[in-house]
Design a protein. Structure first.
Length: 177
């Protein structure tokens, strides 16, 4: 029901509030539990929360749209979030796994959505993030910017940046600042 509905906020009822309160109590006292009891209580209250949430959604009877839970939608959401996760050590297999897909199926959807291969899109996101950092964080040197944007070497970063932007990271910073 959640994956087929884009309503961002649902009003909680007493049952949901109860389970969140119990979860908070268990987390706060987690170290005091012996013999794995803390894990058992967490599992119990998380399951209770899921049941209460399911009941709440059934009560409200949200209008569902199956297209929102499609495989392509999962890839769209992942690609939309990728610019905020460029520092992760992504490769095609990891990106596909994050969407619950195989590499070739993920690559197919990525190409359809972005008109780029997964690696091209990732590189584009990393270069855009680096462009922003070069301007907003002048105290960072080029190597630090490269690392924060997921590049493993400053030389490779400089080469890729030049290919995408038309100048070196230092030149970009000088002219943008």
């Amino acid at each position: 029901m959640l994956s087929q509905n884009e309503q961002p906020v649902w009003p909680a009822d007493d049952a949901i509030a109860h389970y969140f309160e119990r979860l908070a109590e268990v987390v706060a006292a987690y170290d005091a539990y012996d013999d794995g009891a803390g894990e058992s209580f967490l599992a119990l209250y998380i399951n209770g929360l899921i049941v209460a949430l399911t009941q709440l959604l059934r009560h409200h009877r949200p209008q569902l749209d199956k297209s929102l839970s499609s495989t392509q939608r999962a890839v769209e959401l992942f690609l939309a979030a990728l610019p905020d996760a460029v520092d992760e050590p992504w490769d095609v297999a990891a990106m596909a796994a994050a969407c619950g897909l195989g590499r070739s199926r993920f690559a197919h959807y990525c190409k359809d959505i972005t008109n780029m291969s997964p690696n091209e899109y990732l590189t584009s996101c990393r270069v855009q993030a680096a462009s922003k950092l070069l301007v907003k964080r002048p105290e960072l040197n080029v190597t630090e910017v490269a690392r924060q944007c997921g590049f493993t070497s400053s030389q490779y970063f400089a080469t890729v940046f030049h290919e995408h932007v038309g100048c070196s990271p230092r030149e970009f910073r000088r002219h943008a600042g």
